[in-house]
Structures are given as C-alpha cells and as structure tokens.
Design a binder for this molecule. Structure first.
Ligand code: UDP
Length: 342
C-alpha cells in the first residue's frame, strides 16, 4: 500500500510511519518541521520505502503528484498545542482549514479515490461536559473566549470539509477525534501536560497543576492510537464516518500529578498555578473529557495495549536518559522500555 502522512515527522504521525513501514508499505511524509522533528523519523531515512518532503501543506508543490500516488492519506499536519494556538490564532485557522481543503481537493483531482483519514480532536466537543462524549452529541463552542476556540473551530471546519467531499465527490473519509494522545516523542513545549509533569518529576522540580486540578482528561498512548487509526481506515475503505479515538480511563490532573510523582519516585511537590498566570489570558479550561469508544470498538474490535502507568514509565525512562546524556554532553535516541521488550 502507498501511504501519505502529512505531519508525519510529528508526534502521532511518526508512530504511523513506524507502523506502516514495519508492515512493508511505502510511506511518503510531508512535514514543515514546525512542531515535528527530523529525529522522529531519522531511523527510516535509509529505508527505500520511505520518502520525506520538508514543506508546508499550504505551499507544497508536489501535492498533486504524491496525493495521486497514495492509496491512503492520513492528514495530520496542523497547528496544535494550547500555547501555539494562543500565540498564533490566525495561522491556526489558515493552516488547519486551508491545508485540509488542499489535501481533499488534490485527492479529488487525482481521479481515483484514496482513503482519507482526517485528524480531528476532542476539542470539537467544546464545553460539552457530559460524562461520556459520543460522536452524535452536539458540538458546543462558546463565543465568550475569543481566539481560544480557533482550534476547535478549525477542526469542526475540517470535519465539515471531509463530510462534504465525501458526499459531493465520493472521497471516503474517516474523521478521527483524538482524545489527549500521549507517549514517546511528545514534547511539553506547547502545553501538553504529561511530558511537562514527567520532565518536572524527573528533575524533582515542582509539578505545575493549572487551576484546581479537578479537571479530568482521558489519556491514550500514541502507539495505541495509530493501531486504532489503521483499523478504522481498513474498516472504512468505502465509508465515511466520525469516530472517537482514545482511552476511556478518566483521571483528574491532580491525580495525574500524584501518579507521575509516585512512578518516578520523585521528591517533587505539587504547585497550583492560576489559569490566568499559566496561559496569560482569560482562559476557559475544559472541565472533563472522556470518550465513548463504542463506535471504535464495535467497528474494529480494538483493544488498548498500554496502560497510563506503562506510558508514564516509558516516558520517565526516556526523560532520565535524556537528562543523563545532556549532563554528559551528548545526545542519543532512546527506545521506550516496552518497545525493547516487544
Ligand atoms: N495542565 C497543567 N499543567 C501543565 C500543563 C497543562 O495542569 O503544566 C492542565 C491543563 O490546564 C489542562 C490539562 O492539564 O487542564 C490538559 O492539558 P493539555 O494542554 O495537555 O491538553 P488539553 O487541555 O488540550 O486537553
């Protein structure tokens, strides 16, 4: 199979690259390396089945040729991370919406209909704080919080684009709503909570819990996420549908902080940081987020391989190695313990 992965040097995309190359597929990645990193795909650079274009999806000049070559397209290239979304509100809308439209337009122009998988997000549920978020529930985006919602709006627009191209031109699109994906290669620079807590715990620095910490999230290991995505795409060869992709174990941010401290055997203390200080504006945090996975499970029979504890242990091992290397003045790539054992 020929697979195009936009954003394939990023955190989730690079795990998809690993999965498809391990299976013998040909993989083409386009990534502008804005949040992605060459190091995430460096292990494949000599693989004859692997190609990489460093380009922005908005201006990528080989788009028609490569989209026309692909049997399956994962469109993951986007501006992500709360800090980047706050800092670059116009770019979020342009890149996420126009980039998605460009990919779909090229897929349609190619004449034959590749399977498209679009990365959406639990952010589309906005303020909906039902105990379990189901795909057919309303998407409730507040008008109060200014640009904070630009990301949600961009992902709702991407979903609408995917559904429209499917209905109008018959391009099959799986729309995957990711819920808090975590795991190796994720960086905390743009706000993501788990790599931040792990880095703080390993250094015995205060763990910065934003707000009261009673807000909840459900974290899914990226190595599970990509297996679920592939299973959905296989199921959806000629179908268009929306599906939640994540893990339904819910945990408060305070409990997460305690868990990371315990797993790292750390001397860190928990420090509460007001939301305004953390994000620099009147920020509306989401109170709770837990996916209903009935659709994913009934379509694919998907089962998770990683518990949150395993993911955290892997991340602690990677972070310790990184710290040790930086103290010794060199840099190495580390494979997580669970991968070495596999
Ligand atoms: N968070 C935190 N400390 C940090 C980073 C994030 O307490 O250093 C909180 C954040 O306010 C949110 C939760 O952790 O309630 C998850 O944040 P993240 O940005 O990882 O994901 P999202 O809010 O998009 O679900």
């Amino acid at each position: 199979m020929h697979v195009l992965i936009t954003g394939g040097a990023g955190f989730i995309g690079s795990h998809l690259v690993d999965l498809h190359l391990a299976r013998g597929d040909s993989v083409h990645v386009v990534d502008d390396l804005s949040t992605g990193a060459r190091a995430n795909i460096a292990q494949h650079e000599d693989n004859p089945n692997f190609r990489f274009d460093e380009a922005d999806v908005l201006t990528w000049d080989r788009i028609d040729r490569v989209v026309g070559w692909a049997d399956r397209i994962y469109h993951l290239a986007a501006i992500v991370g709360v800090y980047r979304v706050i800092a670059e509100p116009t770019k979020v809308l342009a890149t996420n919406i126009v980039g998605c439209e460009r990919i779909l337009r090229a897929a349609n122009a190619g004449g034959w209909k590749p399977q498209v998988v679009l990365a959406s997000s639990s952010e589309v549920y906005g303020h909906n704080d039902e105990s379990l978020l189901r795909e057919d529930q309303d998407l409730t985006v507040s008008t109060r919080a200014g640009t904070r919602w630009g990301y949600s709006v961009s992902k709702i627009a991407d979903e609408a684009l995917g559904l429209s191209y499917a209905q109008r031109y018959g391009i099959p699109a799986v729309i995957a709503r990711f819920f808090n994906t975590v795991g190796p290669r994720q960086v905390g620079r743009y706000g993501m909570v788990v790599p931040r807590f792990v880095a703080q715990a390993v250094r015995n620095e205060p763990i910065t819990v934003f707000g009261g910490g009673l807000q909840t999230r459900s974290f899914c290991d990226a190595r599970d996420t990509v297996v679920a995505l592939d299973a959905l795409a296989t199921h959806g060869k000629r179908n268009t549908f929306v599906a939640n992709v994540g893990n339904d174990r819910e945990i408060s941010i305070l409990e997460l902080a305690e868990l990371v401290i315990e797993r790292a055997n750390s001397r860190s203390v928990i420090e509460h940081v007001p939301l305004k200080e953390a994000y620099g504006e009147d920020f509306e945090d989401i109170r709770r987020r837990r996916p209903d996975l009935s659709r994913l499970r009934s379509m694919t029979g998907f089962e998770h391989r990683f518990t949150l504890e395993q993911t955290i242990d892997d991340l602690i091992a990677i972070e310790r190695k990184r710290l040790e290397d930086s103290r010794n003045g060199h840099c190495t790539l580390v494979r997580p313990q669970s991968e070495r054992a596999a």
